[in-house]
Design a protein around this ligand. Structure first.
Ligand SMILES: NC(=O)c1ccc[n+]([C@@H]2O[C@H](COP(=O)([O-])OP(=O)(O)OC[C@H]3O[C@@H](n4cnc5c(N)ncnc54)[C@H](OP(=O)(O)O)[C@@H]3O)[C@@H](O)[C@H]2O)c1
Length: 324
């Protein structure tokens, strides 16, 4: 079928394009042409989603039957897409657990929990607004995948990537002492393949798109990084109070680490519906190993504009190591 990827040249969208080509679709991408190029065999359409005239002009008569929307971040992007694509047979939107008013910290018992309905121009409220606008236009032909933590090759945010680099460098590594905190994730390739299948099969409604609660722990993930990189690193566990006192910011400075009061519930998300609809979950080790293999390649893309690379600021780890 004619399948349009809104996005498609960075991370998740790139895997959606691959999956759609593998499944025999005629694929187009719609991007500004800033992040990269689409592979051969893909109709590369260009324009800015925030411009109300751009999508229709770029389509130029090409009529998509299915849409996977990986790039929607703004209210305008959703409104413009709804105006042009309301007649397609299926539309899968990549939303976020942040669409839930109570996430983080969660827990999220199911897809019926309330989503944001405030006018703030913030990530979660914008995702929730996008879901409503697109859902109103497409009805039963609309699926929203509320993604949790996406990992895998081509991840330009380097949350797992920073740990892989740091652990590979070896020696004494500062880690949060709460290594038993749960964490759940979804491999971009699993989510991408499933999104394509989901629009083909006409799945609709909301789906929490993450690995199952309790699938691993932060410590388990870091141990897998140590194994995959063959590192001699040793852990130097630092209590949360010491990390905070030293100015270490959860998630940003020590990626994937959340304060204990949030970590206890944030990944307690019911993904039963996703599992029933066939969302796969490959072994964590495979995601870690393939991300590391990708990072050994020639080029590492810069993070998207406005996003900083995660990691401990220069000197901070040394100061923590000196006192622990
Ligand atoms: N990473 C996570 O853990 C996580 C968690 C939950 C949800 N999510 C969601 O998952 C999605 C994944 O994003 P991704 O970066 O991996 O997808 P992607 O489709 O691979 O990359 C983003 C695409 O959007 C295009 N784009 C950006 N701004 C645009 C604009 N104004 N007009 C047209 N195209 C535009 C980019 O191309 P150009 O720059 O060339 O325009 C690029 O192709 C996002 O919606 C994110 O909110 C991610």
């Amino acid at each position: 079928m004619r399948l349009l990827v809104l996005g498609g040249t960075r991370f998740l969208g790139r895997h959606v394009v691959s999956a759609a080509l593998e499944r025999g679709h005629e694929v187009a991408t719609f991007t500004r042409g800033v992040s990269g190029e689409s592979p051969a065999g893909v109709r590369a359409l260009h324009g800015d989603r925030d411009d109300p005239a751009a999508l229709l002009a770029a389509l130029d008569g090409w009529a998509p039957e299915l849409v996977v929307d990986t790039s929607g971040q703004t209210r305008a992007a959703a409104e413009n897409a709804a105006a042009v694509l309301a007649d397609v047979a299926g539309y899968a939107f990549v939303s976020s657990l942040n669409a839930y008013r109570n996430w983080p910290p969660g827990p999220i018992a199911g897809e019926d929990e309330p989503t944001w309905d405030t006018p703030d121009d913030d990530y979660g409220p914008n995702k929730a607004h996008s879901e409503r606008v697109l859902g109103a236009a497409l009805g039963e032909r609309f699926l929203t995948a509320r993604a949790g933590l996406i990992v895998g090759p081509y991840d330009p945010l380097y949350r797992l990537g920073w740990w892989l680099d740091r652990i590979a460098a070896g020696g004494r590594v500062v880690v949060p002492s709460g290594l038993d905190q749960p964490i759940s994730l979804v491999d971009a390739r699993d989510l991408a393949g499933w999104l394509v299948e989901a629009v083909e099969r006409g799945f609709s409604g909301a789906v929490n798109a993450n690995g199952t609660a309790g699938m691993t722990t932060l410590g388990g993930l870091l141990e897998t990084c140590r194994e995959v990189t063959g590192s001699d690193a040793t852990w130097v566990p630092v209590p949360e109070a010491d990390l905070v006192a030293a100015g270490v910011q959860p998630w940003a400075h020590l990626p994937l680490w959340l304060p204990a009061d949030v970590a206890g519930t944030a990944w307690d998300v019911d993904t039963t519906r996703g599992r029933e609809l066939g969302l796969p979950s490959r072994p964590v080790r495979e995601s870690v190993a393939d991300t590391w293999a990708w990072m050994q390649g020639s080029e590492r893309p810069a993070p998207p504009a406005g996003r900083e690379l995660p990691g401990l600021p220069s000197g901070l780890e040394e100061r923590l190591l000196a006192t622990h």
